[in-house]
Ligand binder design. Sequence first.
Ligand code: THU
Length: 137
Amino acid sequence: MEKLLEELIEKALEVRNNSYAPYSGYRVGAALQTEDDAIFTGCNVENAAYTPTICAERTAFFKAVSEGKRKFKRIAIAGGRGEMPNDYAFPCGVCRQVMAEFCDGDFEVIAVIDKEHYKVFTLDELLPKRFDNVNLA
Ligand code: THU
């Protein structure tokens, strides 16, 4: 298995342990690979008022963007209620829109159960005909 992919999957599973999800019990971890092969991680952080909740994917994106990164290759996502994920977790619509802001259609979204079980999708597949900065031109 490709070393960086292995690392991305490991980090998504590892950061999931930091998920703060006392309301839904659904814990998510994400690991985002930049164009220059740095990795930024994120977990979901919930709130008693519910709406301030942020998803794992956006945590990872905003951490990276706030550190000066703007170009990305792929993101690994691991989610579920159990100790370990037991099904594939897909990014919500809001997170897909954030991906559309910074990524091309060939950006890869990797839904992870473990190193042996993962599925790769492109942003084009997950959010076709999207509204992005190109539409504003
Ligand atoms: N969640 C994520 O972190 N990523 C997604 O793409 C889907 C949903 C979080 C938000 C909330 O804390 C919990 O999962 C249940 O919706």
